[in-house]
Design a protein around this ligand. Structure first.
Ligand code: PLP
Length: 366
């Protein structure tokens, strides 16, 4: 028999060393780990919306023509986003989550060996996607209060390998927004500047008014958080029409499935409900902040989002995380680096907050 090649012998070498994205586990897996029914899990680990989607979404999902392909030109979806954002449809590209727009933009811009200026700690998708492209990130650390360091980012961006600067504003996991004046300074560079506004509906200032002014600006938005549609995967990018036209040509033709499109349209017809819920989440964030600050040794950071990053006593991050998990309360824990003493806790319902605080009291008293 002829010698068979190894299955990976033709794979691009940099991919052999790829670290997969560290995604969160589904509720059933968490329930099994805690030994409780899934209905009793308090899931505050992925910034999901505790109220779910707009009630109009369920109705919209009953009338799909699932035997037909979805619209590759995204005419209805782009029109609806246009009406919501106030930019013409030519500026808009819809994706299977904003993750897909990150993937599309990076694939369209980065050659192997190119680099992305990234301000850490931040959302892990930027490093992951850069690596898939064979590119690297130049990590410019945020300061003690998690503000970006514009001067150092601009110096890093002078390297000819740098094609993209990416800033999540508000940032995940720190929760703080970047002032628009800082983003304008980054936009004066020669790079594509991606501003990820996944959490902007919870109260931060948006840079969407700058899209018409800066051809190198790409703003990312998603229905995953504010819209309660994380499970259906729909987000969009706002950018110069020339770049949008390129991404429309470079994307998979049927990237937004019919269910995602219908849910997007229904959501944007019901922004009043979604905004009311966002205000409830912001109010609950204030209550959770005060409750966390009132517990011994905990130091929550102010947040512009639907989560709070909270410092725990020295070296106890993992122990606190595990104790909460054993009590059925799941938050996001970071094993490595500067965040090892922090937990990121999503804002849920009032009842979720009460369960969290009770579990933390038990944990910290032990
Ligand atoms: C949750 C999140 C997203 C959302 O990604 P989707 O693919 O739209 O679900 C994007 N950016 C940041 C910073 C996030 O935290």
């Amino acid at each position: 028999m002829a010698d068979r090649k190894d299955a990976l012998s033709l794979v691009r070498p940099h991919l052999l060393a790829l670290n997969g994205y560290e995604a969160v586990e589904p509720p059933e897996a968490l329930a099994e780990r805690a030994g409780i029914p899934a209905s009793q899990v308090v899931k505050l680990d992925a910034n999901e919306n505790p109220y779910g989607p707009s009630p109009k979404v369920a109705a919209a999902l009953t009338n799909l023509r699932t035997h037909l392909y979805p619209d590759p030109a995204q005419v209805a979806a782009r029109r609806a986003v246009s009406a919501y954002i106030g930019l013409p449809p030519e500026h808009i590209v819809v994706g299977s989550g904003s993750d897909e727009i990150i993937d599309l933009a990076f694939r369209s811009v980065l050659d192997p060996g190119d680099a992305v200026v990234n301000c850490t700690p931040t959302f892990g998708m930027y490093v992951f996607t850069a690596h898939v492209c064979g590119a690297t990130t130049i990590d410019v650390e945020r300061d003690q209060l998690f503000a970006i360091d514009v001067d150092r980012m601009l110096i890093a961006a002078k390297d000819t390998s740098v094609k993209i600067i990416v800033v999540a504003s508000p940032n995940n996991p720190s929760g703080n927004a970047t002032p628009v004046s800082d983003l304008r300074r980054l936009l004066d560079s020669d790079c594509l500047v991606i501003v990820d506004e996944a959490y902007v509906e919870f109260g931060a200032e948006s840079v969407t008014p700058l899209v018409a002014e800066y051809p190198n600006l790409l703003v990312l938005r998603t229905l995953s958080k504010w819209g309660g549609l994380a499970g259906l995967r729909v987000g969009y990018g706002l950018m110069a029409p020339e770049l949008a036209e390129l991404l429309m040509r470079a994307k998979l033709p049927y990237n937004v499935n019919q269910a995602a499109e219908a849910a997007l349209l229904a959501s944007l017809e019901d922004t009043a409900t979604l905004n009311t819920r966002a205000r409830q989440i912001v109010a609950e964030r204030g209550r959770m902040f005060d409750a966390l600050a009132g517990l011994p040794g905990l130091d929550p950071l102010p947040s512009d989002t639907n989560f709070i990053l909270c410092q725990v006593p020295d070296g106890r991050g993992k122990a606190v995380y595990e104790s909460l998990a054993a009590q059925g309360v799941f938050v996001r824990y970071y094993a490595r680096g500067k965040l090892a003493d922090y937990l990121r806790i999503s804002i849920g319902t009032e009842n979720n907050t009460d369960r969290l605080i009770a579990a933390l009291r038990t944990t910290l008293a032990a």
